[in-house]
Design a protein around this ligand. Sequence first.
Ligand code: FE2
Length: 181
Amino acid sequence: MERAEAVALCRAKAEKETTVRHLISVEGVMRALARRFGEDEELWGLTGLFHDLDQDQTHDDPERHARLAAEWLREAGVDERVVNGVLAHAHDEFRTDLMSRAVRHADAVAGLLVAAALVRPEKTAGMKVSSVKKKLKEKAFAPGVDREEILGVESSIGLPLDEFLAVGIQGLQSVASEIGM
Ligand SMILES: [Fe+2]
């Protein structure tokens, strides 16, 4: 699926602009991770972009979350590897390969990075790993962000925390103009 068509699908399904912003931010992080691992940037990007496609419909039904998105994506003919990655961010049994493990870490770090950017006048420009690490340690900052999913990145996908944060920052910066970051 072409990116413009994929973004249009996100805009059609998401009811909140913050959801669209979240989807695009995770897309940016997933693309940067794919480049770092020498993996398929398009597949990883689509997985990030679609991971919470049904967020606004299923936010109070965790068991249904991602499964409704998977139905929509299959109807739209999206690659089954992307569908699996979308399911994996919410349901452990689909975490079968590097991409499907990476999406949950990308989801968490994108949440932290967007929150960090929102309290900086420069947003993502010039953002440093050291300042993001401070925010990571401040439990009261962006309390909805799952710290374990960020701190556990090395044991899960083999990327040291500092490098993961650096790649995440680059990924968010790559989509920053699109989401006002
Ligand atoms: Fe998410």
